[in-house]
Design a protein around this ligand. Structure first.
Ligand code: SF4
Length: 327
C-alpha cells in the first residue's frame, strides 16, 4: 500500500472542502471497501478523509419518507424495526450482503459506491478500461461468467455489486449529496453511469461530492417487497442474479409493481418494460412470463454468461409468486 495522508472530519462541509482541495483525495467511512482496494493497489489516494464520525447516521420516517444517514451501518439499517416492517426489501438486501462482521462496520453511503468485483479490475497485472482507461477489456473475450448481459459496452461489461442499490432502485429512492457546489438530490437510478466508452466514470458524483443520506418514499408496494439473491455460495458472496420486487394487487390484478435487478448490468437495472408487462394485468404465469421476456429482450450474453438470461427470468417468476401469495 502506498503511503497516504489521513484527516478526520468533524463537519460535512469540512470533509467536502478537504477532498475537493486535492485531486487524489477520497472519503472513507466504514473502510471495508476502500482499504481492500488500496491494499491491492487498485486505488491509491494521497489523502483519505474519514467521515465516520459525522452526525449522519440517523434512521427516521419523516412526512412519508424514510431517511437514512450515509454513515449508518448496514446492520443498523437491516435490523431497524421500521425498515423491516415498511421496507422489507431493504432489510433483506442488506442481510443478503457481505458477512456479519462487514455489516457491523460498513456504511450505507459507501455500500452504494462499491467497485465492481470483476476479477480483471481487481488484478493490477491485467489490463482494464475501468481501472486504466484505454488499456482494454479482457473480460469480453475472457472469463465473463459473472458479467453483464444488459447495459454493457465494447469497453466494459462489469456488473454493479451492491445489493442495497438494487433494492433502493426498485423503491424510487433519492440520494442526497453535499459537494463543492452545494446540496443535490439524485434519483438512485441516475447515480451510476453505464460504461459506454468511459467506464472509469462510474457515477455522476463530482470530485469532492459526498453522499450524506438517502430518502425512500413510503408506499403500499414497499410494504409488500422482497429481495431474492442467487449466488454461488450461501453467504459472503456477490449475486450471480438478484431481483428486488415490490407489488400491490387488487384481487389478482397488479395495480403497482416495481422491479430492479442485480448481477446482470453495470448498474442496478430497473426494468420499465417488465413492469409495463404486468401493470393492470392479472398476475398469471402468462403475464409473468411476458414480463421476463420483456426484461431480457435486449440481452447480449457472452460466452460464459448466457445462462443468466434464463436464470433471471426464473428468479423473477419465483419472487412474484412469493409476493403474490401463491405459496
Ligand atoms: Fe475492466 Fe470492465 Fe473489462 Fe472488467 S469488464 S476488465 S472492469 S473494463
Amino acid at each position: 500500500m502506498k503511503p497516504f495522508d489521513y484527516a478526520r472530519a468533524s463537519r460535512p462541509a469540512q470533509a467536502v472542502d478537504l477532498v475537493a482541495s486535492r485531486d487524489e483525495a477520497a472519503f472513507i467511512a466504514g473502510g471495508t471497501e476502500l482499504t481492500n482496494l488500496m491494499k491491492d493497489g487498485v486505488l491509491a489516494p494521497g489523502l483519505v478523509v474519514d467521515v465516520s464520525g459525522l452526525p449522519l447516521s440517523d434512521i427516521e420516517l419523516h412526512e412519508g419518507r424514510l431517511r437514512i444517514g450515509a454513515t449508518a451501518r448496514m446492520r443498523q439499517v437491516a435490523d431497524h424495526p421500521m425498515v423491516r416492517e415498511r421496507f422489507p426489501v431493504i432489510s433483506e438486501a442488506l442481510l443478503a450482503s457481505a458477512s456479519p462482521q462487514v455489516r457491523n462496520r460498513a456504511a450505507i453511503g459507501g455500500n452504494l459506491l462499491q467497485r465492481t468485483r470483476c476479477g480483471y479490475y481487481r488484478d493490477v497485472g491485467s489490463p482494464c478500461n475501468r481501472r486504466e482507461p484505454g488499456s482494454g477489456c479482457p473480460a469480453i473475450d475472457g472469463q465473463n461468467r459473472q458479467h453483464a448481459i444488459l447495459g454493457g459496452s465494447d469497453h466494459c461489461i462489469a456488473v454493479h455489486p451492491s445489493d442495497l442499490a438494487v433494492a433502493l432502485s426498485a423503491l424510487d429512492s433519492v440520494v442526497l449529496t453535499l459537494g463543492p457546489d452545494g446540496r443535490r438530490s439524485i434519483a438512485l437510478k441516475d447515480l451510476h453511469r453505464l460504461p459506454g466508452d468511459t467506464p472509469h466514470r462510474e457515477t455522476v458524483l463530482r470530485h469532492g461530492e459526498m453522499i450524506t443520506g438517502l430518502e425512500i418514499p413510503e408506499s403500499r408496494a414497499a410494504r409488500n417487497s422482497r429481495y431474492l439473491k442467487l449466488r454461488d455460495r450461501a453467504s459472503f458472496e456477490f449475486a450471480v442474479v438478484s431481483v428486488a420486487a415490490a407489488l400491490t394487487l387488487r384481487g389478482r390484478v397488479v395495480t403497482d409493481v416495481r422491479l430492479a435487478f442485480g448481477g446482470i448490468a453495470p448498474r442496478p437495472w430497473r426494468s420499465a418494460a417488465a413492469e409495463r408487462a404486468l401493470r393492470d394485468q392479472p398476475l398469471t404465469d402468462a403475464t409473468v412470463a411476458a414480463a421476463g421476456r420483456a426484461l431480457v429482450r435486449d440481452a447480449e450474453p457472452r460466452e460464459h454468461n448466457a445462462f443468466k438470461v434464463e436464470l433471471v427470468q426464473r428468479a423473477l417468476a419465483d419472487i412474484l409468486s412469493d409476493l403474490g401469495g401463491n405459496r
